[in-house]
Design a binder for this molecule. Structure first.
Ligand SMILES: Cc1cc2nc3c(=O)[nH]c(=O)nc-3n(C[C@H](O)[C@H](O)[C@H](O)COP(=O)(O)OP(=O)(O)OC[C@H]3O[C@@H](n4cnc5c(N)ncnc54)[C@H](O)[C@@H]3O)c2cc1C
Length: 606
């Protein structure tokens, strides 16, 4: 069973729902127009289906292996890497100054969904490489930029992000890795980092690590951390690869999923000879690293949505083929399981959540682009929206992306539990998204403590106001009215939480205790809002299509079953309604507990 994606939905969201064409009118994207962007997406779909998808099982079954400090990845990853590298995909959104394609983040997000859905383990190396290159581009000296940026963005070398240490996971400020300044302006790096994705591998000749370390006399906590570029092999002035830089891989983790992605323990300076180069200023490392982490958080959300989307497509294909039991209305013989109401419920819930995740992620990517091309207050406004939505993209999509893979496995029945089908790999692979790049618990704390109150709550007011306006606009719609009213209620409930909880004596505890439910409610509200906007658009188009064909809407079943566009538009409306009725009430459920100040978890004795 190969990789499949709902390309119809991806293109609808990219090109119809979001104003991609207007974005391409900005000077920054002058090299791109709608036609060549569509060609980029079509080519990315081809690569995902034909070149990356077939390597996904190798990643899982063969995995990555450590021996004597060296790590090997499956052979098929190496040829896939050449394809991705030669196509310029590693730097598809990177700056053309260093050889990147300079595509909008919106298009990059769609490409990332395709590649991560086809092979999550494999796609991680490009994510990290792009991030390392951007850090050097933004904070490196001219010499560092000249040495590393082009070689990373072209994919000749790969990059990593090195924060985690055995005692410093969520608590990055507890890091103890050291950086001693040297007379030549470089630093001697020492310490052990763990869980480093693609920290060592055999796909490229060199690896550039972005490492957080502490200079002598630096203050405790994150304020004392500085950021360094640390190559695996030193690079001579003429760009030639020099001697090894005392970076040793001590092993790889044996994990639940993403077996193809090596998760490495890296010892820097085992022999006291690891040279690192400061990026920016001392003590600014955490702030700088956040630049990489913020885009990585959006990408982790994308990964989860992508794998969930792949699982949904696989489950749908299986449900159309697998015959079991009679039709629920009776009749002779077995029918495909897609006819059974419970299977249909699981399939539509999965599809609706995937569409909602995609909408949230693409809309946020669009805001990132607007924050680059807009000016003055508008730029500030988009930046505030990006900051508010980043933890929601990461945590909401990874929590629900994982649940979708579980529903999809269920559709396969017993076969889903076996290795005969990819459902179990999707489930195992997708679990990581709620853990790395800052666990979802930490994302939620960031959301409630920093992002909601930021700028006097301006961004959250804008988001809630827009959802309320959509609810009001559609409240009288024959088909979407009931869903829109549920959206309106959810807006009111979140508004009540934001207004009432801070006034309580135990408000601070209620906020931290409910950080995850609050983020979850907010993500659900955004998903419903965006799906309703899309449904309203789809419903208008469907009406036009039926009128064109001279088909009465009350008698359209035959056309829906034979016309792909009509079926897509119809399902778009059904998915939005399904999501509003099935997911939005969870906001009410959470608000009951939050507004009542329920805190038994703190009273329980553990
Ligand atoms: C496959 C994989 C790849 C990774 N890749 C990288 C990489 O490339 N680079 C890198 O630097 N790191 C990487 N990591 C590390 C990853 O980011 C950390 O595992 C993660 O940040 C959590 O840290 P921890 O494992 O120490 O968990 P802990 O920090 O010990 O957390 C354990 C639990 O406690 C919760 N918790 C902790 N503190 C709080 C709090 N204040 N309030 C509420 N809950 C809290 C957490 O949410 C979590 O549920 C990777 C990890 C894995 C498994």
């Amino acid at each position: 069973m190969g990789y499949e994606v709902d390309i119809h939905d991806l293109k609808f969201q990219l090109f119809d729902w979001l104003p991609a064409e207007d974005l391409l009118g900005a000077e920054k994207f002058a090299d791109w127009d709608m036609e060549n962007v569509e060609m980029v997406i079509d080519e990315a779909v081809r690569i995902a289906r034909e070149e990356l998808g077939p390597t996904n099982e190798d990643g899982d079954r063969i995995g990555s292996h450590w021996e004597d400090g060296r790590v090997t990845v499956p052979e098929s990853f190496k040829s896939a890497y050449q394809t991705v590298r030669e196509g310029g995909w590693v730097g598809c959104v990177s700056s053309p100054e260093y050889g990147g394609l300079g595509l909008p983040d919106l298009v990059g997000a769609a490409v990332n969904e395709l590649f991560a859905g086809a092979n999550l383990s494999f796609s991680l190396s490009s994510l990290l490489t792009r991030g390392t290159a951007h850090l050097i581009e933004n904070f490196g000296t001219d010499e560092l930029k000249a040495t590393y940026c082009e070689r990373l963005i072209s994919g000749e070398w790969t990059g990593t992000m090195c924060l985690t240490e055995p005692q410093a996971g969520s608590d990055v400020g507890a890091s103890t890795s050291k950086a001693e300044p040297q007379d030549d302006g470089s630093y001697l790096i020492s310490g052990e980092k763990i869980f480093i994705t693609y920290g060592e591998h055999d796909m490229t000749d060199n690896i550039v690590h972005a490492v957080l370390a502490r200079t002598p006399d630096a203050p405790a906590g994150t304020r004392g951390l500085s950021l360094f570029a640390v190559p695996k092999f030193r690079v001579a002035a003429d760009g030639a690869l020099g001697e090894p830089n005392d970076v040793y891989c001590a092993g790889v983790e044996h994990k639940l999923g993403i077996h193809g992605s090596p998760t490495c323990s890296i010892i820097f300076g085992r022999e006291g000879a690891c040279q690192g180069f400061l990026l920016g200023e001392e003590g600014q490392g955490m702030r700088q690293m956040f630049q990489m982490m913020n885009s990585a958080r959006l990408e982790v959300g994308l990964q989860a949505a992508a794998v969930a989307g792949a699982a949904q497509q696989a489950a749908l294909a299986y449900a159309k083929e697998r015959l079991q039991m009679r039709h629920w209305t009776g009749g002779p013989g077995q029918v495909p399981i897609v006819e059974h109401p419970d299977v249909r419920r699981m399939l539509l819930s999965s599809s609706a959540y995937v569409q909602a995740m995609r909408a949230l992620l693409l809309r946020t990517a669009y805001y990132i682009d607007m924050a680059h091309v807009a000016e003055g207050e508008e730029r500030e406004r988009y930046q505030a929206l990006v900051e508010l939505l980043t933890p929601v993209c990461k945590a909401w999509c990874s929590d629900w992306g994982f649940r979708v893979t579980e529903w999809c496995l269920q559709v396969f029945g017993g076969y889903g539990y076996t290795r005969d089908y990819p459902a179990e790999q999707y489930l195992r692979d997708n679990k990581i998204a709620s853990i790395y790049e800052g666990t979802n618990g930490i994302q939620a704390l960031d959301f409630v403590a920093r992002k909601l109150p930021a700028r006097g709550g301006q961004a959250v007011r804008e988001v809630l106001g827009a959802a309320a306006a959509t609810a009001k606009e559609l409240a009288g719609d024959d088909q979407l009215g009931g869903s829109a009213r549920l959206l309106g209620e959810a807006v009111a409930q979140i508004g009540a939480i934001l207004e009432q909880v801070p006034k309580r004596d135990d408000g601070r505890l209620i906020v931290v205790l409910n950080a995850v439910p609050m983020l979850d409610s907010f993500g659900t509200l955004l998903g419903a809002h965006f799906l309703l906007e899309q449904a309203s658009m789809a419903s208008g188009r469907l009406a036009e299509l039926l009128a064109e064909k001279g088909v009465d809407p009350a008698d359209a079943r035959e056309l829906l079953e034979s016309n792909e566009d009509a079926a897509f538009l119809h399902n778009k409306v059904q998915s939005a309604m399904h999501f509003c009725y099935r997911a939005l009430p969870s906001v009410t459920a959470q608000s009951v507990a939050i507004l009542a100040g329920e805190k038994t978890a703190m009273e329980a004795v553990f």
